[in-house]
Design a binder for this molecule. Structure first.
Ligand SMILES: [Ca+2]
Length: 240
């Protein structure tokens, strides 16, 4: 037992740079903003937005929608590499999400708001992308998610195990391309119960299921009836 403790302490000493925003928070910083992180599987690092205030803080933001200024109907390379502005609307990128989460232990939190400023959230105690993949891109960056809690209801568990589909790379189980059909990009199964990268539509719209609002269960459906004004998806390495 003593040897295990020693090994753990040694490993901690080697982490001079933050692996993620939970390390940024642990270093004593408490202001939300853009920080550099250096995941184990991408030691050169990259910039992320750290939410250091929501629910205890330490969240690495992987997606934000807030004003519709960014086009989210993009192809595979954009979703793989990320796009947008870290301080505004953006998608961090599948490969970066993979490098952050492949060591395991990450929690996912999705915060949603509607145009009436009502809010709801969904938390998943286990979240990773491509965790068991030798070549994650070839494997389609498959989603693993488990352990729901929150106020929004669950709309993601049905997507667990699915590969990521964009309008130019169909990896879903539908005879159609769900990303093209619903104008988004997601871990679709046989299209969706959630579609957080769908179109940003203001207010109610007649088109079916192609907006960001697609979070179909629980209180969130009741919450809006219209399009949400924003979402923020963030991940956290829980302290164990
Ligand atoms: Ca298909």
């Amino acid at each position: 037992m003593a040897a295990v403790v020693t090994a753990t302490v040694t490993a901690l000493h080697l982490h001079q740079l933050p692996l993620d925003c939970s390390d940024v928070l642990a270093s004593g910083v408490s202001v939300d903003g853009v920080y550099s992180v250096f995941p184990t599987h991408d030691p050169e690092g990259f910039m992320v937005y750290c939410d250091l205030s929501t629910d205890g803080g330490g969240w690495t933001v992987i997606q934000r929608r807030e004003d519709g200024s960014m086009n989210f109907f993009r192809g595979w390379e954009a979703y793989r590499d990320g796009f947008g502005t870290t301080t505004g609307e953006h998608w961090l990128g599948l490969h970066r999400i993979y490098t952050l989460t492949r060591s395991g232990g990450y929690e996912l939190r999705i915060d949603m708001a509607d145009f009436d400023n009502a809010t709801a959230f969904a938390c998943y105690s286990d979240f990773s992308v491509g965790r068991d993949s030798v070549n994650p891109e070839e494997d389609g960056y498959p989603l693993t998610v488990d352990g729901y809690s929150g106020t929004a209801g669950d709309s993601l568990l049905k997507h667990s195990g699915m590969r990521f589909t964009t309008k130019d790379r169909d990896q879903d189980q539908s005879e159609n391309n769900c990303a093209a059909y619903y104008q988004g990009a997601w871990w679709y199964r046989n299209c969706h119960t959630s579609n957080l990268n769908g179109q940003y539509l203001r207010g109610g719209h007649a088109s079916y299921a192609d907006g960001v609002e697609c979070w179909y269960t629980g209180t969130y459906q009741h919450l809006t009836g219209t399009t949400p004004s924003g979402t923020q998806s963030s991940i956290l390495m829980p302290s164990l």
